[in-house]
Design a protein. Structure first.
Ligand SMILES: CSC[C@H]1O[C@H](OP(=O)(O)O)[C@H](O)[C@@H]1O
Ligand code: ADE
Length: 289
């Protein structure tokens, strides 16, 4: 593996119109897992190569449960991305995590249903560890960058992933607090799972837009207010990415996640499904060769 950084940025609702990249070039990358959310913009910020993908497509066309998370991760892998930073608009489940602040998420509770959540399947079974779904090195760099960009940052936080597109009921919001959830969103899963299967170190910076629905003294989540907070934060999000690239060391040292699939595929070699194995060329080519 080369020692060059290629940072994949998955831009969420707060960063759907892209980033100012040097030598920017938009390319369509095809995936055997279907249609990604849109083209990938390749470019550079200083010494770091960047590949940007808008999670909901340009103009926010794709709802959270229809995002093709597999295709998105697959095309980033095909773009030779080494690490993925996801940006996400999130609700807060804690008084002290306030709208306008950023959270470097480090854990997930997955409440999503019927989303394709693995690249593997019949004929090629794999089990990767997801105990620590976020890459601590990338999360540290991303958190530092958010602070340099002027954000008030919480390091660590458990993200509850729901299907949406509706926001939660008050009872659900209180339940997630009782489960020790700190923030809530609709897209962190299965994105983080799939990044791990693709041996991509993944971190998520959440931008808090609202207090979800747990407070008796507040109305439910109001999308107009959410969009307002999001717009106010989009410059900080873009600046965070620029600060991240500026501060990354010249050379990328390997991390254990780079080899997450090393012993994960347990289907005997001679009975593997050749069609599925062919589709896995980018995600798992390193171990399937
Ligand atoms: C616009 S609020 C709801 C919407 O925002 C978040 O998207 P993303 O994670 O891509 O920033 C949330 O998960 C919902 O999809
Ligand atoms: N309260 C909330 N619930 C789910 N996703 C969100 N994205 C932003 N705010 C949210």
């Amino acid at each position: 593996m080369s020692d060059e950084w290629i940072i994949g940025i998955i831009g969420g609702s707060g960063l759907s119109e892209g980033l100012a990249l040097e030598e920017a070039q938009e390319i369509e990358i095809r995936s055997p897992f279907g249609e990604p959310s849109g083209p990938v913009t390749l470019g550079r910020i200083g010494h770091v190569r960047v590949a940007f993908l808008a999670r909901h497509g340009k103009g926010h066309r794709v709802p959270p449960s229809q995002v093709n998370y597999r295709a998105n991760i697959d095309v980033l892998k095909r773009a030779r991305v080494t690490d993925v930073l996801a940006l996400s608009a999130i609700g807060s489940l804690r008084e002290e995590i306030e709208p306008g602040q950023f959270v470097a998420v480090d854990q997930f509770i997955d409440r999503t249903t019927s989303r394709e959540n693995s690249f593997f399947g019949p004929g090629c079974v794999a089990h990767v560890s997801l105990a620590d779904p976020v890459c601590p090195r990338l999360a540290k760099h991303a958190g530092d960058a958010a602070k340099s960009a002027g954000a008030a940052l919480h390091r660590g936080g458990t993200y509850v992933a729901i299907d949406g597109p509706q926001f939660s009921t008050r009872a659900e919001s209180r339940l997630y607090r009782a489960w020790a959830g700190d923030v809530i969103g609709m897209t962190g899963m299965p994105e983080a799972r799939l990044a791990r299967e693709a041996e991509l170190p993944y971190a998520m910076l959440g931008m808090v837009t609202d207090y979800d629905s747990f407070r008796d003294d507040q109305e439910g989540v109001d999308i107009t207010a959410v969009l307002k907070v999001m717009q106010a934060n989009s410059k900080t999000a873009a600046k965070t990415v620029a600060e991240l690239c500026r501060a990354l060391p010249e050379k990328r040292e390997p991390v254990p996640i780079d080899t997450a699939l090393e012993h994960a595929i347990i289907t005997a070699q001679d009975i593997r499904d050749s069609e599925l194995v062919a589709k896995l060329d980018a995600v798992a080519g390193r171990v399937l060769k």
